[in-house]
Design a protein. Structure first.
Length: 259
């Protein structure tokens, strides 16, 4: 039985983690299912954005450490399989399309690391974040050592990475890790509203933004600028760009088709 369930709502892929009886602890099976869900998002031309969320009181309490210990100790990292999309954006293919993540209750270890790789994050006001690895004899390997200092600030990240202490939703918002904090129970609805707004935008333009920002992270500013204008040409030649201009002239909302 899969603990990751997907459904399609218009142009939105709904991805729900369903293992609340185990506090949504990440198993090997769940990892592969999540990678396949993100591959579904990228490969289906009708899908423009995904909402990632979890059932129960908590997004996740962490990983099934007894399952993962041998992988972490092998030097091979996560057991990424061909045909998926890496949920941590480390070793496998990067997503071309955005994900909005909604979290609540415990959002520990891999939940934080997956969030750091997502585009928009909505947190319930009862969310508690933590990177607990140093309290279990290891250290984070899903991207937190790379991204948490970038997104939270160097010393803020070191405090939580080196101690395993928890931080609140309010603190996550203050530091820019989440974009909105809402009353518990409303995080999914707010995430869907954000996703709907993204889905109404021009798909080729959204994918262009995704490509440009990721390219800029790994290249110099001059290279990023040159690539940005190169990649803009086919977008400007698309039917959607023509529709965007026409809707501007006619003072109406644009209707984009993704071509």
């Amino acid at each position: 039985m899969s603990h990751v369930e997907t459904s399609v709502q218009g142009h939105i892929l709904d991805i729900q983690i369903r293992r609340s009886e185990k506090f949504n602890a990440l198993s090997l099976e769940m990892y592969h299912d999540l990678c396949r869900a993100l591959a579904e998002l990228d490969s289906n031309p009708q899908l423009r954005v995904a909402v990632l969320h979890a059932e129960g009181k908590h997004f996740t309490a962490g990983v099934e450490l007894d399952e993962w210990a041998s992988h972490f100790g092998s030097g091979q990292g996560f057991p990424f399989q061909e045909g998926g999309v890496d949920i941590f954006g480390l070793t496998g293919p990067r997503r071309r399309k955005p994900v909005v993540q909604a979290v609540q209750g415990y959002c520990f270890t891999w939940g934080v690391e997956m969030m750091l790789n997502m585009e928009v994050r909505i947190a319930a006001d009862d969310t508690q974040f933590a990177m607990l690895e140093v309290q279990r004899g290891l250290y984070p390997c899903g991207g937190a050592t790379l991204r948490l200092p970038q997104q939270m600030g160097w010393a803020n990240a070191q405090r939580y990475l080196l101690t395993g202490e928890r931080w609140s939703a309010a603190e996550a918002y203050r530091l820019g890790l989440v974009q909105e904090v809402v009353p518990s129970g409303q995080q999914y609805d707010v995430a869907m509203k954000v996703a709907e707004s993204i889905a109404r935008a021009a798909p080729l333009a959204v994918e262009g933004v995704m490509k440009a920002v990721h390219f800029a992270v790994h290249h110099s500013e001059s290279e990023a600028i040159e690539q940005m204008f190169t990649d803009l040409v086919p977008v400007m030649q698309s039917e959607d760009a023509a529709e965007g201009i026409q809707s501007f002239v006619e003072r109406r909302e644009a209707i984009f088709k993704g071509c």
